[in-house]
Design a protein around this ligand. Structure first.
Ligand code: NAP
Length: 688
């Protein structure tokens, strides 16, 4: 049968349908559709699905023969499309299976009235731990306070050893911030404790009895939060499934904290343990970054506005930086950290999730399954990382002692001589039309100068910029923490009456506190508990995403584990030497930091004098707090710096502690800082 058949790009091409089945079920039998003259361009379709429009034979032949140029064009197009439709075959069997399992399941949501009207139990495994104390109990209190969870809910802490309940509550609920609308006492009365082994079926049977008692014959909803090491996930899932699942009419949902494995094989093992016991609609894998306001705002920025999405591509974007810095070391938990390293701890999960929201194609809808499809498609186009490369694809560092702060190796829980990276930078490359050629620079470090997480989208300059005397780039910065903000670095005309117009950097700023005054910015764990209660999986991590995330990172991590490359040592509070160069080699221009400025200019007295004169607006020969604030502004995107940042500068420069910085203090302080950084680095290199 000759016809014009619709190809996957939606256009009709001359085609011949071969071998139409004569069976009764012929509408379902696949047939081969050959596009006329294009040997390689054929598709298999069920005849019933074949959208075609029959055209007169003459028209078909004329069009196919009479327009050789068009034919060649169409041929190339069909070939390209045939190639791009091959994409499906790029999905590994693991990924295809994980996606299939997810798509086959129906989302089971729970509305507010149902959630509030039914008995709800939250079991926290590992309730004696750090996470429960820092985040989980405070989050549950807030949810009850704000009437998202019923106030008569049943909270059960689960742990291996019996506890003194009042003592346990006093210790683990210490971070709850009491609000007069709900007394802390009333909330804490809802908390009980169940002692038992994580693999003891008897213990779970007793736990079940206590939950049934609370449910009082009604169907009850049950949330189980696994705040325990992943080594016990399997046992806990098995025991819940066998002994403590909710009764008919209620839901059973299991929340799991990262880490979701340490590479592809271990994730696959972990996934088997959990998914054989629970359907994907019952599993809530939690990356709390997905619950953070600024990460949630990325989709709004991109798709609820008109101006951003059209410029969101390699045509206009030069680079994207995703940065996480922590001004703490490992604080005695280095033993745990050493088994993971900063790539597994931060980059492969938190920053990668932020990347997905920044870079994915708009999903078909904001449903959990459509979001997963868009994320997976993006990840599938990301090159697998390797240690070696030209330029090298990863940069590793480790912080050393400085200015009263301990170095990583000084933590007694860290194995002697460990080469574990506490700082890492790497570049992801995305091979799709939107992002080809745009470097995504991921940077994460402990022992840094400040605690910050931000996403920075840098735009390309265009030819008119030079005409206006501007050589800076526009940047959109999404500050995830500590002070949530969204701002844009632009250029503006400085007011003045002379013919010569001066353009200065201008910040278009939306800081959350100012813009949404009084708005409630809850902790990410509150949202995660709430969304679990509601059965909304859009902000949780799916198995297919993890299959791809580990595909990208596993070869690199294995190479690092095996080859143990030397990390670049850097003093606590300073970026490692060579990092800026690494970024530049990948096409990412970094704005200089305050410390880099000092390192470069400490010996340049005339530059220091110039800076001082510019800042000393009242000309009293000293920089007061307000003037030091202006200095800080220069290094932090021209925005109002946080009090901590101004204090940091004061601490580093105000030698006599009188709250002011003289020119002498600025020059000597900068030189001392530059010398001390150099000295610390040399000492630590020698001691290795
Ligand atoms: N803390 C955080 O900020 C944070 C952030 C992100 C992810 N996480 C993840 O969340 C989970 C809990 O974190 P956490 O900091 O609360 O952990 P944790 O304090 O080390 O451990 C939580 C509880 O698990 C039990 N436990 C510890 N080691 C165990 C072992 N070897 N076998 C069986 N049970 C053990 C202990 O409870 P009992 O002795 O009472 O049984 C402990 O109180 C972990 O998977 C962690 O990786 C934590």
């Amino acid at each position: 049968m000759k016809l014009h058949a619709k190809y996957t790009d939606g256009e009709f091409y001359p085609a011949i349908v071969e071998a139409v089945s004569t069976s009764k079920n012929r509408s379902k039998a696949p047939v081969k559709v050959n596009f006329v003259g294009y040997e390689e361009a054929s598709v298999w379709k069920a005849i019933g699905d074949l959208k075609s429009k029959k055209l007169p034979k003459a028209a078909l032949d004329t069009k196919a023969k009479a327009q050789p140029k068009e034919k060649a064009k169409a041929k190339a197009k069909v070939k390209a499309k045939a190639k791009s439709s091959d994409k499906k075959t790029k999905y590994s069997p693991e990924l295809t299976a994980a996606l299939k399992a997810l798509m086959e399941e129906e989302a089971k949501t729970t509305d507010h009235a149902t959630l509030m009207g039914m008995p709800l139990t939250v079991v926290v495994f590992g309730a004696t731990g750090d996470l429960a104390k820092k985040k989980l109990f405070p989050a549950l209190y807030q949810l009850c306070l704000l009437d998202h969870f019923p106030r008569n809910l049943n909270i059960v802490g689960y742990g291996r050893s019996a506890v003194d309940l009042p003592g346990f509550i006093a210790k683990q609920c210490v971070n709850i911030k009491e609000d007069k609308r709900l007394s802390k006492d009333a909330f804490c009365k809802r908390i009980g404790f169940h002692a038992g082994g994580y693999d003891s079926e008897d213990s779970y049977a007793k736990l079940n009895e206590s939950m049934l008692k609370y449910e009082d014959g009604k169907p009850g909803n049950r949330i189980f939060f696994l705040s325990v090491p992943p080594t016990v996930f399997g046992a806990v899932c098995q025991c819940i499934s066998d002994k403590a699942k909710g009764t008919d009419g209620g839901f059973t949902r299991v929340m799991i904290e990262k880490p979701f494995g340490r590479d592809s094989p271990s994730f696959s093992e972990l996934d088997k343990l959990t998914s054989t016991r629970f359907k994907s609609s019952q599993l809530y894998r939690l990356d709390h970054y997905l619950g953070k306001e600024v990460i949630l705002n990325i989709s709004t920025l991109r798709w609820a506005n008109q101006i951003f999405e059209p410029i969101w591509s390699s045509r206009y974007i030069e680079s994207v930086q995703l940065t996480f810095k922590e001004d703490l070391g490992t604080g005695g938990r280095g033993g745990y950290f050493d088994g993971f390293g900063i790539i597994r701890d931060i980059i492969q999960n938190h920053l990668l999730q932020a990347f997905m929201w920044l870079a994915m194609e708009p999903p078909a809808s904001m449903s959990a399954t459509d979001i997963v499809k868009a994320k997976v498609e993006l990840l599938n186009n990301v090159q697998t990382l390797k240690l070696e490369g030209d330029p090298s694809s990863v940069f590793l560092g480790q912080f050393t002692a400085h200015d009263g702060e301990l170095g990583y190796l000084d933590d007694e829980t860290v194995p002697k001589g460990s080469k574990c990276a506490t700082f890492a930078a790497l570049v992801l490359k995305v091979n799709n039309r939107r992002w080809k050629g745009v470097p995504f620079l991921f940077t994460a470090g402990k022992g840094m100068d400040e605690r910050v997480c931000e996403l920075r989208v840098r735009f390309k300059q265009n030819k008119h910029n030079a005409m206006m005397g501007v050589d800076t780039n526009n940047e959109i910065v999404l500050r995830v923490q500590p002070d949530e903000a969204l701002y844009m670095l632009t250029s503006g005309k400085e007011p003045g009456i002379t013919a010569e117009q001066v353009r200065k950097p201008v910040v278009m700023d939306m800081d959350y506190k100012g813009q949404f005054e009084g708005a409630y910015v809850g902790d990410a764990y509150e949202r995660m508990f709430l969304n679990t209660g509601r059965g909304d999986q859009a902000l949780f991590v799916s198995a297919p995403e993890l299959v791809e995330a580990w595909r990208i990172f596993t070869p690199l991590l294995h190479e690092i584990d095996e080859k143990q490359p030397e990390p670049v040592l850097h003093p606590f509070g300073l970026l490692p030497a060579g990092y800026t160069m690494f970024a530049a080699e990948h096409g990412v221009a970094l704005n200089p930091t305050w410390h880099e400025y000092v390192a470069m200019n400490a010996g340049n007295v005339s530059e220091m004098k110039k800076v001082f004169a510019e800042l000393d607006k009242d000309g009293d020969g000293e920089l007061d707090y307000a003037e030091v604030t202006q200095l800080a502004k220069r290094f932090f995107d021209g925005r109002e710096p946080t009090v901590d940042r101004v204090k940091m500068l004061m601490r580093e420069l105000d030698a006599d502690g009188d709250g002011k910085v003289s020119l002498d203090e600025l020059i000597k302080g900068s030189q001392a800082m530059a010398r001390s950084f150099a000295h610390d680095l040399t000492t630590h290199m020698a001691s290795r």
